[in-house]
Design a protein around this ligand. Structure first.
Ligand code: FE2
Ligand code: FE2
Length: 305
C-alpha cells in the first residue's frame, strides 16, 4: 500500500515518547484577559493571537480530512492514535474559537480575516468535486501530507511555549498562557500521529517535500498577514505595524520563537531519518497537563499557571 521512502527502512520512533491520547475537556474564562496579554507588548500578543485566527478552521479541517482517511488505516494502534488525535484537535479548535468573541468585545473584530481563513480551509483545501478513484485519493493523500508538515510546526510551537519562561517573567496573562501550554502540550503528546499516518498511507518523499513547501509558505504568509491585520486594526494603537525586525527581536528576547530555531527546524523535517518523536519531550508535556488549571478543572490564577 505504501511507497515508504522507496524501500528504505522507516525512520525509527522513540518508543518511550509514545503516550495514549485522550482529549481533555477544558474551559477558559476570558473576562480578565487584556488585549495586550503580554504586558506592554502588542506585537508579541498579536503575533501569538494569530493562532486564534488560524486554528479554529485549520483544526476543524484536520478532523474533516482524518475522518476520511480512517478506512485506509490497516494498523489498530495507529487507528486508535488517529481517533485520539481527532478528539484533541476538535477540542483545540473550539477553545481557540472561544477567544474570538472576547477580542471582539475588546474592539478587535477578527471576522474579515477569519472569513478568508474559512474559505481557504473549506473551499481551497476542501473536498472538491472529484470523481471517486485515483483523483480523489490523490487529493486525500496530498492533504494528509500537508497536515503532517503543519504538525511538525505545531509540535515545534508546543515545545517552544512549554519552555518560554520569558513570557512568565514578563507577567503574561495566566489564562492565555494556560490555553497555549495546554494546547502546546497536547501537540507534543500527539506529535508523531500525523507523520506516522502519512508514512502508513503514502510516505512518498517527493510528496513530503512538496507539501512541506506548500505548508511552510502558507504558514509564513498567513502569519505575517494575521499579525499585520491585528496590529493595524487594534483600536488602542495609533500606528500599529508588524515588521520582520520586530519578529527577530522578540525571538532574541525569548517571547517568540527564535528565527534561527525556525530555520533549523526545516532540514530536520526534510531529513529521511526524521521522526517527530526525536523532538520535544512527552514527559514534560504530560507533567504540564497534570497541573494545567484548565485541564484539571481549576481556574488560572494571576501570577502564573
Ligand atoms: Fe491542536
Ligand atoms: Fe496537532
Amino acid at each position: 500500500m505504501s511507497n515508504t521512502q522507496q524501500g528504505r527502512p522507516a525512520p525509527a520512533a522513540i518508543e518511550s515518547e509514545r503516550t495514549a491520547l485522550k482529549a481533555r475537556k477544558v474551559a477558559f474564562g476570558w473576562d480578565r484577559t487584556p488585549l495586550h496579554w503580554v504586558p506592554g507588548d502588542p506585537f508579541t500578543s498579536h503575533t501569538i493571537n494569530v493562532l486564534h485566527l488560524l486554528l479554529p478552521a485549520g483544526e476543524r479541517w484536520f478532523v474533516h480530512v482524518y475522518k476520511q482517511v480512517l478506512p485506509y488505516i490497516r494498523d489498530e494502534r495507529l487507528r486508535e492514535d488517529v481517533i485520539g488525535f481527532i478528539g484533541q484537535e476538535a477540542m483545540h479548535s473550539q477553545a481557540h474559537d472561544d477567544v474570538l468573541p472576547h477580542l471582539r468585545k475588546l474592539g478587535l473584530d477578527p471576522t474579515p480575516y477569519t472569513a478568508q481563513v474559512d474559505w481557504l480551509f473549506e473551499k481551497l483545501l476542501g473536498d472538491r468535486t472529484l470523481p471517486p478513484g485515483r483523483a480523489r485519493k490523490w487529493w486525500l493523500m496530498e492533504r494528509v501530507a500537508i497536515i503532517a508538515a503543519i504538525e511538525h510546526y505545531t509540535a515545534f510551537l508546543g515545545d517552544w511555549v512549554l519552555n518560554a519562561a520569558e513570557l512568565d517573567r514578563r507577567g503574561a496573562d495566566p489564562t492565555m498562557l494556560d490555553l497555549l501550554r495546554w494546547h502546546g502540550a497536547e501537540e507534543v503528546e500527539h506529535r508523531s500521529v500525523a507523520f506516522e499516518l502519512f508514512m502508513h498511507v503514502d510516505g512518498g518523499y517527493r510528496r513530503r517535500v512538496r507539501t512541506w513547501a506548500t505548508a511552510f509558505t502558507a504558514l509564513v504568509f498567513l502569519w505575517q498577514r494575521g499579525s499585520r491585520f491585528f496590529m493595524e486594526n487594534d483600536p488602542t494603537l495609533l500606528e500599529g505595524r508588524a515588521t520582520v525586525r520586530d519578529l527577530v527581536r522578540r525571538g532574541r528576547e525569548g517571547v517568540l520563537p527564535a528565527t534561527g530555531d525556525i530555520i533549523r527546524s526545516v532540514p530536520r523535517y526534510l531529513s529521511r531519518t526524521y521522526h517527530p518523536s526525536q523532538e520535544a519531550s512527552t514527559a514534560q508535556a504530560v507533567a504540564y497537563l497534570a497541573n494545567s488549571p484548565a485541564a484539571t478543572g481549576r481556574t488560572a490564577a494571576p501570577g502564573g499557571a
